[in-house]
Design a protein around this ligand. Sequence first.
Ligand code: SF4
Length: 638
Amino acid sequence: MTASQNWPECRNTPRDVQTRLLLINPRFPESFWSFRWAIDSVLPNKRTVNPPLGLATVAALSPADWQIEIIDENIESIPLKPAADIIGVCGMGVQFRRQKELLSYYRGLGYYVVAGGSYASLCPERYDTLADTVVAGEAEYIWKEFCRDYEAGNPRGLYQEKGVVSLEDSPTPRFDLLKLSRYTNISLQFSRGCPFRCEFCDIIVMFGRKPRTKSCEQVGRELDALRALGAHNVFFVDDNFIGDKNIAKKLLRHLADYQRENDYQFQFGTEASLNLAQDEELLTLLPEANFAWVFIGIESPDEESLKETKKFQNTREDILTSVRQIYAHGLDIFAGFIIGFDNDTLSTFDRQYRFIVDSGIQVAMVGLLTALPKTPLYERLEAEGRLLPGADGTDNTSVGTNFVPKQIEYDTLVREYKRLYQRLLQPSAIAARIQNKMRYMRNPHHQPLYPMRTLLGIMAKFAWRGVLKGGPRRMLQFARTLATARLPQIPLVFSDWIAALSMKEFAERHLLIRKHNAQTATAAHIDKLRNSFRSYVQQGRVRIQMEQGNISLRLQGFVDSAFYRKASRAIHDLLDNTTSTVTLHVEDFHEEQRQHWNRLLHRLRRDGDRIYVSASEKLKDLLEVDSSVFHLVLEPAA
Ligand code: SF4
């Protein structure tokens, strides 16, 4: 059913080879962060944004004679029967659902499964029955301990790091095991931890408030490894790159030298706190080391909300002044915003909108406040009895939250949230932001790293698929931004439009479905489907059902090419006009249908994140389903 055929099934058979470790990064639910439209429609040969750096580090911590493979389900299909002894599955909170499915599936087949990643570190107790071993916390010491115990034949159920890990003990990640060319950025880590104490933050729960860093030489070695592999765009995935400003400055000087010696091969980006704006030296050193952008948690332009959440570092000066100060050094800003603080009211939406437009921040990731387990926010809301039952806060990409908001009614909060994005993603708001940014960023440091030919291809695809297809309003606004930009600003104008249209496309497919009454729309589409496929239904070859907002098409007898042709149109129509998902249950399949099946999936790729595919056990080896595109339903073995 997947690309698993190249893995011989030799598990549990006697052999003389080393331990075989398969590490899997489960598929993320699609979100604004996916930039899916840019990746599918504009950028060449990319599949997702960042590689699983944690797995490359775990691979480097494993014994040298182990055979290791990394599968990232965000770029490739998972193998159904891998030749592996141990299968390690990592995951953040948003990946928990898929991580659980993968662990149960492989464990059911008899593999030794290990759970790890940030969510297992935060809530190891949630994995008690899911994995043979849970690795909770930073891996540097405990993963080695697990490997030793595994080889000795007595691994424990839980390895939990309770002490402090020195990052100087962290090895150069096995970048060579990642398919780097398929990512837009390559991740690197310099520090862990952050000195601040934002109430909602799980980072400080996991990594503490005293930043720990790698040495400059270590970072240099990691860059050497990436240089050898031809990487260019590097994202320092630190919790807060400037958590310890003095050490950050030391690294930046080292990086500036490194870049000079190596023809500025890398363009960097990172995450930092807003107090960056008040440090002139840091603002000068970052572009000198070829940093082009920083992600900043701005959260709210409302000082009372910031104080409520203990984000005092954002209250030191007017935020708009801080943003412009950073722009003045040629650094672009991506930013996170949150709505749903107790202090927030309906007027907060307007305030956020005004601020985002005035500040010119194009990659503005607005989320509803969510209480992540173990955070001070979670504990406070729990004590106040405001946590919603069953909402565990793991999926912070869905529209909603897991507690009762104080001053805004829940449904209003969700409705206004959608409306905020609808306004932000209007062509005029996109253009206004670009112009507001360019007014203060005279010389952006951002430079495209593609060769000229590729760049022209990107621009042509963007012009056709992004600008012309958007109609006269979009064309006009795009022209307006180009006409007012100076030559060095042009690449950033393009890249802001590409980012904005990616976010718009996501919002239109997931947030802003046109039908107001989704349930009525889904019921109407069910009737339409039953009519279109009446003869197949009457003959018992196809069954169409609706189950909790999901439409299931059960293929239980032979269906011909006409069915497959109609099915792709009908499913597109349904997904475009409802909030429903679709499950294709395949219970009957013949070799001669393969071509039609493959063509159907090819046509449905664009909506893959809303399509589930399930097949009976005997058909799994026959069907090809790319689990990085569609939700491949994995039933645990009986
Ligand atoms: S600044 Fe960022 S990393 Fe630091 S505590 Fe606040 S949210 Fe967490």
